[in-house]
Ligand binder design. Structure first.
Ligand SMILES: Nc1ncnc2c1ncn2[C@@H]1O[C@H](COP(=O)(O)OP(=O)(O)O)[C@@H](O)[C@H]1O
Ligand SMILES: [Mg+2]
Length: 162
C-alpha cells in the first residue's frame, strides 16, 4: 500500500485515543543507540500488552522507522531548530498504541522531509527499509502535524498481516 501524506488525513493514525486504549510514548536522543533501545522497549511493551505474536514484526518495523528518523534528524540538525531537544541533542519520539489486536506505530522526527520509497537495484545495499515497512504493515503513511514541527511516520500491524 502506498504511503499517505497530507492533505489526506491518516484517519486511523490520528484517531481519538479511545480507538487505541493502550498507549505508550518514548522519547530518545536521535543517536544510533536509539534503534536498539526502541526495539527492546517494543518487545517488553508488547509482552506487557499480551501481544507477543506481533512483537517480531513490530520490532522489525520499528527498527526501520527509527533508523530513518535518526538519519533524518542528523540531516536536519542545524538547519532546523523545531521540536524538542534533550540536552541540546535532537530527539525522536516513538508512540505505540493498540486496540488489543492491532498495533499502531508512530515515529516522530524533527525533519519536515517526508519519506520516499525507492525502486532499488538488485545489488543496492540501501533503500529497502520502506519496502520492508510496506511489506510488514497493513497500512503506513506520513503526516505533518499542524500544531508542531517535524513529521510523523506511522504504520499499522494487524494480526492478519503476520
Ligand atoms: N523519517 C524520514 N525523514 C525523511 N526522509 C526519510 C525518512 N525515512 C525515509 N526517508 C527517505 O526515504 C528514503 C528511503 O528510505 P529507506 O527505504 O528506509 O532506505 P534507506 O534508509 O536505506 O535510504 C531515504 O533514503 C530518505 O531519503
Ligand atoms: Mg532506512
Amino acid at each position: 500500500m502506498m504511503p499517505r501524506t497530507e492533505p489526506l488525513r491518516p484517519a486511523l493514525a490520528t484517531a481519538a485515543p479511545a480507538a487505541w486504549p493502550l498507549q505508550s510514548r518514548l522519547e530518545l536522543a536521535a543517536l544510533p543507540g536509539a534503534v536498539p533501545c526502541a526495539r527492546l522497549h517494543t518487545r517488553q511493551l508488547l509482552w506487557e500488552w499480551g501481544l507477543t505474536a506481533l512483537a517480531e514484526t513490530v520490532e522489525l518495523l520499528i527498527s526501520e522507522l527509527t533508523t530513518n528518523a535518526v538519519n533524518a534528524s542528523a540531516k536536519s540538525a542545524g538547519s532546523q531548530s523545531g521540536g524538542p531537544r534533550a540536552g541540546g541533542l535532537p530527539v525522536i519520539q516513538l508512540c505505540l498504541a493498540s486496540d488489543r489486536r492491532n498495533v499502531l506505530v508512530r515515529v516522530w522526527d524533527s525533519s519536515r522531509e517526508t519519506p520516499r520509497r525507492q525502486d532499488v537495484a538488485t545489488e543496492a545495499e540501501s533503500g529497502r527499509g520502506l519496502l520492508l515497512v510496506e511489506h510488514l504493515s497493513a497500512q503506513w503513511g506520513c503526516y505533518l502535524p499542524e500544531a508542531s514541527a517535524g513529521k510523523v511516520v506511522w504504520a499499522i500491524v494487524t494480526q492478519a498481516a503476520i
